[in-house]
Ligand binder design. Structure first.
Ligand code: ZN
Ligand code: ZN
Length: 247
């Protein structure tokens, strides 16, 4: 099995905290680097791990600002800094509209943009991505990255009406949002608790669940404690900027 890893660049839910930018991850094999989501401020941590030249592609899960709004900064960097154009990028139609609203030619000139939906399949280097629409107010694509039999699922944002079972295949690692404290379960909020994240990780036989997207000022350990009550036999860890989880 080839090495496939996910590095947390930012994991703060909804807005940045004093210690983390919003959602952003690097999915890497031994030969390929993919930026998954680009929450505000995330290019700081990104450049601690790779050069902007080394990013082989960018995939944005949905149009909420906490997942894409570093793209205007990356546009500046690629247009006038490192002067690299036609960086491959994929995302939902709504995300494209917003990126182009800020910089009208961004998805033509600087990014080589392809609009995707849940039926899409994307290959970047030796990593293949498939998608599944989650339970969230705008079109939101969870994704499953696979390289030589190793697989990582990233939930993006979702309410309880979605499960990674929809990919129809197991995953070694599930990086799952756990925005809600236990007392907010079943309140109709389009996010989930640690326990729901663990149920979802169990549904795809994951060895490792990484809890993420916890809002600023809230305790990720509360999510882990709640997750431990669910029937999931794998390991449960917590996302933090700079941490890498490997298959
Ligand atoms: Zn979010
Ligand atoms: Zn969202």
């Amino acid at each position: 099995m080839a090495e496939l890893s996910i590095t947390v660049l930012g994991c703060s839910g909804t807005y940045s905290s004093s210690s983390s930018s919003c959602s952003s991850y690097l999915v890497r094999s031994s030969t390929t680097v993919v930026l998954v989501d680009a929450g505000p401020g995330s290019s700081i941590e990104l450049q601690r791990h790779v050069s902007l030249h080394d990013v082989d592609g960018i995939i944005i899960s949905h149009e909420h600002a906490d997942h894409w709004s570093e793209m205007p900064s990356l546009y500046h960097a690629y247009r006038w800094g490192v002067e690299r154009h036609h960086v491959p990028a994929w995302g939902t139609a709504g995300t494209k509209r917003l990126i182009d609203f800020v910089n009208p030619e961004a998805t033509e000139f600087v990014f080589d943009w392809t609009t995707i939906d849940e039926s899409s399949a994307v290959t970047v280097g030796d990593i293949g991505f498939t998608f599944s629409r989650t339970d969230h107010p705008v079109e939101t694509l969870a994704m499953r990255a696979e390289c030589d039999g190793a697989a990582i699922v990233y939930s993006s944002d979702t309410g309880p009406g979605w499960s990674p079972e929809s990919f129809g295949q197991p995953a070694n690692i599930v990086v799952h949002e756990a925005s809600l404290t236990a007392d907010l379960e079943d309140q109709g909020i389009p996010h989930v608790t640690g326990a729901q994240a663990a149920v979802n990780a169990a549904a795809v036989d994951a060895d490792l669940l990484v809890l993420t997207h916890v809002p600023p000022g809230e305790d990720p350990e509360e999510r882990r404690t709640h997750a431990l009550r669910a029937d999931f036999s794998g390991r449960i860890d917590i996302a933090a900027p700079g941490r890498t989880f490997s298959v």
